[in-house]
Design a protein around this ligand. Structure first.
Ligand code: F6R
Length: 357
């Protein structure tokens, strides 16, 4: 049950630090080293490209996975929306490896792709929260999220869990490839869990910001670049899904190519800024919207913050920053929905597992 929580979503947001620690434990061997089934590692090592397939939030987790596998393993990755891939399959490389991301393991759009992948005879891995689910049974391999049941329709701990499991996978694969990483994944994931805790302890502050910027507005924007852009897409989906505020996640540099015309007095624009190489550019993009009346909010990381930044997360490894920057955006969405007296856990028109194409 949800215990003393008013909604499952808030409980599940709060469970994220423990979920990350659980993932570290579940994927540790007797010596305390991160470990993954060697058959999965061998299949990935033999592939020339990884195709990540998912829908909604799971697809957004895939975008972060792409950065992890490309940067830590040097394997090219493509991320695809399942419903598109199923009927517009791109040209595949010679040795593709498929990763299906699905909290429920029952999403029909993703399954439709898996059926075709199986017909073509390619190896696949399902990363899911549900043991014995359809996508788990039908794929060559499965890795479980171990984050506990997710009840709220809006996915939170499954998103961070999927990224954490992919981080473990990328780390173990890097070891097998003989690629020496300049950081210890287990340590960095533990720091992520601690940083998440700091954010979930900051609820009152985040509620205040949500009330300030989202009351009476009809649309909003999240902007960022690179990994921060991927988090912006997820942050926008979460906000629109449960508050019904029309929200777009946008690449910071792309706004000025058209969409900036939507900015009016009081339009909320939230920037995710956790990557040093693009921080100055995103700040510039945010400033352009502020000059046109936007109500701007910065979500950034310690060591990169400026005086008036409203939301500053503890410092974590830049590749893992999405695991932490997403948490304040989940809470902002939660409070926007709560302030509007909506049913946070059951937004209209939606089901937890989408079993039709
Ligand atoms: C958004 C959300 C959905 C799911 C999507 C895929 O909060 O929950 O976008 O992420 O329907 O579901 P799974 O991961 O079960 O395949």
């Amino acid at each position: 049950g949800k215990g003393t929580y008013p909604y499952y979503m808030l409980k599940e947001i709060d469970e994220q630090p423990a979920a990350i620690r659980r993932i570290i434990q579940e994927y540790q061997d007797d010596q305390g080293q991160l470990t993954i089934d060697s058959e999965i590692i061998a299949a990935m090592q033999a592939s020339d490209r990884i195709y990540i397939i998912g829908a909604g939030t799971s697809m957004h987790a895939g975008l972060v996975g792409q950065a992890l596998f490309e940067q830590l393993n040097g394997i090219p990755v493509e991320v695809h929306v399942a419903s598109e891939f199923a009927y517009n399959m791109p040209l595949l490389t010679e040795k593709p490896f498929f990763i299906f991301l699905s909290q429920s393991g029952e999403t029909a759009d993703s399954r439709q792709v898996l059926v075709q992948v199986n017909e073509l005879g390619y190896d696949s891995l399902t990363i899911t929260n549900v043991k014995g689910s359809t996508l788990s049974r039908e794929a060559s391999y499965t890795l479980l999220l171990h984050v506990g049941p997710e009840i709220a329709v809006a996915s939170t701990k499954a998103y961070t869990g999927q990224i954490a499991v992919m981080a473990v996978l990328a780390d173990v694969l890097a070891n097998a490839q003989g690629r020496k990483l300049d950081f210890d994944m287990e340590t960095e994931l533990s720091l992520v869990a601690n940083a998440m805790e700091t954010v979930v302890d900051d609820k009152d502050h985040l509620h205040e910001i949500a009330t300030q910027i989202f009351t009476d507005v009809r649309n909003a924007f999240y902007i960022g670049r690179g990994l921060d852009y991927y988090v912006s897409c997820e942050a926008a989906l979460k906000l629109k899904e449960i508050s019904y505020i029309q929200t777009e996640g946008f690449a910071g540099g792309e706004l000025k190519h058209g969409t900036i015309s939507l900015i009016e007095d009081g339009t909320p624009v939230l920037a995710v800024i956790s990557q040093k190489d693009t921080a100055a550019h995103t700040r510039g993009n945010l400033e352009e919207t502020r000059a046109r009346g936007a109500n701007t909010v910065v979500i950034t990381m310690e060591g990169m913050e400026r005086q008036d930044d409203q939301i500053v997360i503890p410092a974590v490894h830049s590749l893992l920053a999405p695991l932490v920057t997403v948490v304040p955006t989940q809470l902002l969405a939660y409070y926007a929905s709560l302030d509007r007296d909506l049913d946070v856990d059951k937004p209209r028109n939606l089901a937890k597992a989408v079993t039709v194409e």
